[in-house]
Design a protein around this ligand. Structure first.
Ligand SMILES: [Zn+2]
Length: 423
């Protein structure tokens, strides 16, 4: 007997090499069996307590977003993941440096443990984390490696790596010293280092020599660094980082996706992780959510299965997470989408437009085999500027949420008696 059977969808699970019409059975919060239809009949509906018909839909592992900011109510960038997860299929959220040593305990207790989704963290090398818009490295007293090691040790597997924003504004006059300390911290924890790149200095040529195999270069398709891609080719330092085993991660955010850079990287053989860098300033656009970022990756030339790999198995492996697959025994984190085919315009942060041949609209999201309930987001905090169209979209969303509540008041609503307690 199964608790849930997701039947007849196109199941794409790159970790298992599966792309076929199949049934997915769940028992005790775990994937119990996945049976492709070509191997005979599907799984029997009678054997399941609940059956979800996914015919004509796309079924993937719950998506894994490698770069997000979920320390809401405590930082400049933070947002609550649950109001976004249920409508996007993202079941694993990696918070990228919102908390440093001083607030890791708070991120865990007041954001991660209260969320319905899975949350992991990268510890910021600055003990201040991302409480403010920038400047966390301006006072090096806050970048104490011993303190960060001690805090990370208390949090075991919750802390999956280290984060450092390395751009001119964030490092101030300290140049590469914040990066050196972040690298030292990552080596001592034996975990990957995620480096945010932007307007330098430091440049990619400065940063790349400090990256080790498995470290993550986030904002990899940003138009901001001047020496990431040149004349449609990876620059020598970017090529060196790639060849040394650095993971290239999109980290779309509010300013880090340029189609010309991404297209050059794909042509050069980069297979990036698709992450949203979702935060209070990117959730209303231009990133919106991870399925939108995946559609942009497809628009830039990657196939849909490749985009799914970039948002499931690849980010999971980058941090050694037990997520991103529908293999039997895995946690039953499942995303179901309407994968509409057509020509859908998508835009990068510089206003360049491409057409995606697919648009992903999430129709159901399960964590541990349980359907995430719809849930409305809080209004954006006062320091987040919204454009006129972003404000109107926000008002529409609030209005639609209110009008979703229907009273039972027409005569047909009373054609049978309401159930009474005890009857
Ligand atoms: Zn970020």
């Amino acid at each position: 007997m199964w608790d849930l059977l997701v039947r007849g969808g196109r199941v794409v699970d790159p970790a298992s090499g599966l792309d076929a019409v199949a049934d997915v059975a769940v028992r005790d919060g775990r994937i119990a069996e996945v049976r492709p239809h070509e191997r005979g009949a599907g799984l029997a509906a009678e054997d399941a307590a609940e059956v979800a018909d996914a015919a004509g839909r796309l079924v993937t592992p719950g998506l894994v977003d490698l770069h997000t900011h979920v320390w809401h109510g405590a930082t400049y960038w933070g947002l609550d993941p649950d109001p976004i997860a249920w409508r996007t299929g993202v079941t694993t959220w990696v918070d990228a440096g919102s908390a440093g040593a001083y607030s890791m305990d708070g991120l865990r207790r007041f954001a991660a443990e209260l969320a319905r989704v899975r949350v992991h963290a990268l510890i910021n090398v600055s003990a201040l984390g991302l409480v403010a818009e920038t400047g966390e490295h301006h006072n090096l007293d806050n970048l104490d490696v011993d303190t960060a090691v001690a805090v990370a040790a208390r949090h075991g597997g919750f802390v999956r790596g280290v984060k450092a924003r390395i751009d001119a504004r964030t490092v101030g006059r300290h140049g590469l010293e914040p990066l050196r300390r972040a690298a030292a911290l990552a080596r001592r924890l034996d975990r990957p280092l995620m480096v945010h790149v932007g307007y330098g200095p430091p440049t990619i040529a400065d940063i790349a020599p400090l990256l080790a195999e498995g470290d993550i270069l986030t904002h990899c398709a940003s138009g901001c660094p001047t020496d990431l891609v040149a004349d449609g080719r990876l620059t020598a330092p970017a090529r060196r980082a790639l060849d040394a085993g650095a993971v290239f991660d999109l980290g779309h955010g509010s300013g880090a996706l340029a189609f010309d850079v991404l297209e050059a990287e794909l042509a050069e053989g980069v297979r990036p992780v698709a992450s949203s860098d979702l935060h209070a300033r990117s959730v209303h656009g231009p990133a919106f959510d991870l399925p939108t970022v995946m559609a942009k990756l497809v628009a830039a030339g990657a196939g849909l299965p490749e985009a799914i790999a970039a948002a499931t198995v690849r980010p999971a492996r980058a941090l050694g997470l037990d997520a991103g697959t529908l293999a039997p025994g895995a946690a039953a984190d499942i995303a179901v989408f309407d994968a509409e085919e057509g020509r859908f315009p998508v835009v990068d942060v510089h206003g360049s437009v491409r057409e995606s041949p697919v648009r992903l609209t999430n129709t159901a999201t399960y964590v541990d085999g349980r359907l995430l309930p719809p849930c409305a987001a809080e209004p954006p905090p006062p320091w987040i500027p919204l454009s006129g169209s972003q404000r109107r979209a926000e008002e529409d969303r609030v209005g639609a949420t209110r009008s979703a509540v229907r009273r039972l008041e027409s005569p047909e609503d009373f054609d049978e008696p309401f159930p009474r307690a005890g009857s």
